[in-house]
Ligand binder design. Structure first.
Ligand code: FAD
Length: 339
């Protein structure tokens, strides 16, 4: 008898707010497709789990983004996010359908929900992961190797949950790319009716006040020019290059800690994860905590006066020299190329 009889498929929690699905759900579905493709003999499917109210119609969009099946719990009690009712519903879905693994975005909501569900089910959870692979030696068990920064971000640890199912993980947004949707895909939609034993909400959300994000959201930018400590005294040049390219400036933690940039534009493990088409790192050493937030950029260009700087090991192209000399030249080249 198999070790975990009846457990199968990779489930992805598809987070929505006010009916708008967050990209992280689609990123995780795209990655789950690669994981199931690596164990074809298991016949696993990718299943999206959508909770909310008046959201049934969105199931087809989730299928277009790569899900083979979508379980929808459409209930008035799930209209706004509630730890209590979302935990009740997800626990019931997992108990009924027995997913082999269950992935959730490491968003504010996901970081609240996944540990509650894991605790109820006594399942193992790896929080805030940045990488997921199928263990090549345990493909018959579909064992996931889930990697996350650890020991204050100085090391990466790979965690396995071999003894319980589902294997649960929360994964940071923007870590995986999202496949383009294919409206011609078809899949199964299962409507699930949750049963709430206690409908008295322990916590009542009286009002939701959306945070006003000032400035640019760097996670949505296609071109980023990153300023490191080596560029602190020429941030105007970094900004000018970003402007010429139609992109935005972001920064390393050193620049934020030194008071030259706001935390909103910090890239890295304790900042934001970005994956633009182009990332120009100016005077950034390439510490692992910074790299964790930008290494998935399509093209990385590094400018650093130290030829041994770590950033060059992940850059597609590098300039060894002083940022104050190279940035003005780069700006001129960009202007000339646009003519
Ligand atoms: P430095 O390490 O000081 O490097 C400056 C670089 O600029 C050097 O390589 C130098 O050769 C080059 N340079 C200097 N002058 C010039 C010049 N004129 N022209 C060209 N090159 C020049 N860091 C992050 O960025 N994001 C995070 O989210 C983050 N989270 C962290 C979490 C934890 C728990 C810890 C412990 C650390 C974290 N850090 C983070 C900090 C990280 O370890 C590094 O200290 C930081 O990334 C260094 O920033 P930097 O490369 O800008 O500065």
């Amino acid at each position: 008898m198999a070790k975990f009889e009846g457990y199968k498929d990779i489930y992805v929690f598809v987070e929505q707010r006010n009916g708008v699905i967050a990209n992280v759900g689609y990123e995780l579905i795209s990655e789950a497709r690669k994981l199931v493709a690596s164990i074809p003999h298991m016949g696993f499917k990718v299943v999206g789990v959508l909770l909310g109210h008046n959201i049934k119609d969105q199931a087809q969009t989730v299928i277009a983004h790569g899900a083979d099946k979508v379980i929808v719990a459409d209930d008035a009690m799930l209209e706004g996010y509630s730890t209590q009712f979302y935990t009740d519903t997800l626990t019931q879905i997992i108990n009924e359908f027995k997913p082999d693994s269950f992935l959730t975005g490491a968003t504010v909501l996901g970081r609240d929900l996944a540990p509650r569900v894991a605790a109820r089910l006594n399942a193992g959870l790896t929080a805030d992961a940045t990488k997921i692979e199928m263990d090549p030696e345990k493909k018959d068990e579909a064992l996931l190797l889930v990697t996350r920064p650890t020991f204050g971000g100085n090391l990466f640890g790979t965690i396995i949950c071999p003894d319980t199912r589902p294997q649960m993980a929360t994964i940071r947004p923007n870590v995986f790319s999202m496949d383009a949707p294919d409206a011609s895909r078809s899949g199964e939609v299962i409507e699930f009716t949750p049963k709430f034993e206690n409908t008295d909400a322990k916590v009542v959300v009286k009002e939701v006040i959306a945070k006003v994000v000032e400035g640019i959201d760097i996670t949505k930018c296609d071109i980023l020019v990153g300023a490191g400590r080596g560029a602190e005294d020429c941030l105007d040049m970094v900004q000018a290059v970003a402007d010429e390219l139609g992109g935005a400036m972001c920064a390393s933690r050193a620049v934020v800690d030194d008071g030259f940039a706001s935390k909103d534009i910090q890239v890295g493990q304790t900042g934001k994860t970005v994956r633009p088409s182009l990332y120009i790192a100016c005077g950034i050493s390439g510490a692992c905590q910074h790299v964790a937030g930008m290494e998935k950029s399509d093209m990385i260009i590094a400018i650093n006066r130290d030829p041994q700087a770590e950033i060059f090991s992940i850059a597609n192209m590098g300039f060894v020299g002083d940022v104050k000399e190279i940035l003005p030249l780069l700006k001129e080249e960009i202007i000339a190329a646009k003519k």
